[in-house]
Ligand binder design. Sequence first.
Ligand SMILES: CC(C)(COP(=O)(O)OP(=O)(O)OC[C@H]1O[C@@H](n2cnc3c(N)ncnc32)[C@H](O)[C@@H]1OP(=O)(O)O)[C@@H](O)C(=O)NCCC(=O)NCCS
Length: 203
Amino acid sequence: MKFLGSKTIETDRLILKAQTMVEQKRLWEILMLPDVNRYFLTVPPKFREKLGDWDKQKIFYEDDMKHANDDNIFRWSIFLKDTGECIGRLSCHEAHDEDEELSDPNIRGVGWIIDPKFQGKGYGTEAAKAMIDFMFLECEIDEIITGAAISNPASWKIMERLGFKRQENTKLVQYTFLDELTEDYSYVMTRERYLSLNSTNRS
Ligand SMILES: CC(C)(COP(=O)(O)OP(=O)(O)OC[C@H]1O[C@@H](n2cnc3c(N)ncnc32)[C@H](O)[C@@H]1OP(=O)(O)O)[C@@H](O)C(=O)NCCC(=O)NCCS
């Protein structure tokens, strides 16, 4: 793959930009809304309390932002073109972050959040499509392996609309802010499949 980093990407209504400290408080406030964080799984439940404390998170984000422009970081803040407002974020991280058995950086996972005030307007799909185009067409990754709670159609419908293949088996997943395990659909998109779907769309 080509390590091109979080290059600025423009769509009809959005600009995706490498993250900066400026919008981190706003993104953290969005993440702290229960409707958003119930599908958050980046960290184990024992960190729930720490996540809810901005003073502690600020230190974490300040450190994280030092790497926001590194060429192996694929994580964007999502801005509305019209108003410049930050409405969410998305990433295409190494699949290893979610499954330790996968160690190839060509195999990636995806994650996205959109501020509930702006959900249901197609922004999630628009941002995801732009990022995934970039990852397959410009960075030339091999594969995306991802999942979404069966109870979270807003997320898995994005995967289905973009042509991800739903796997037969579901998975039980421990989300950060939920006590019980949640049943997830698993999805895969290979580079070959993505290129073939998109060449069909163009013809
Ligand atoms: C998932 C998320 C990013 C989607 O963002 P969005 O801007 O609302 O997405 P879109 O408007 O593009 O909608 C995507 C699809 O979900 C559908 N959808 C949106 N909200 C829905 C809801 N509450 N219930 C059912 N379907 C919904 C849309 O109709 C669309 O489907 P379609 O392509 O068949 O029409 C957003 O809901 C979110 O941030 N959720 C909380 C965080 C989260 O769950 N992240 C993903 C973890 S895997």
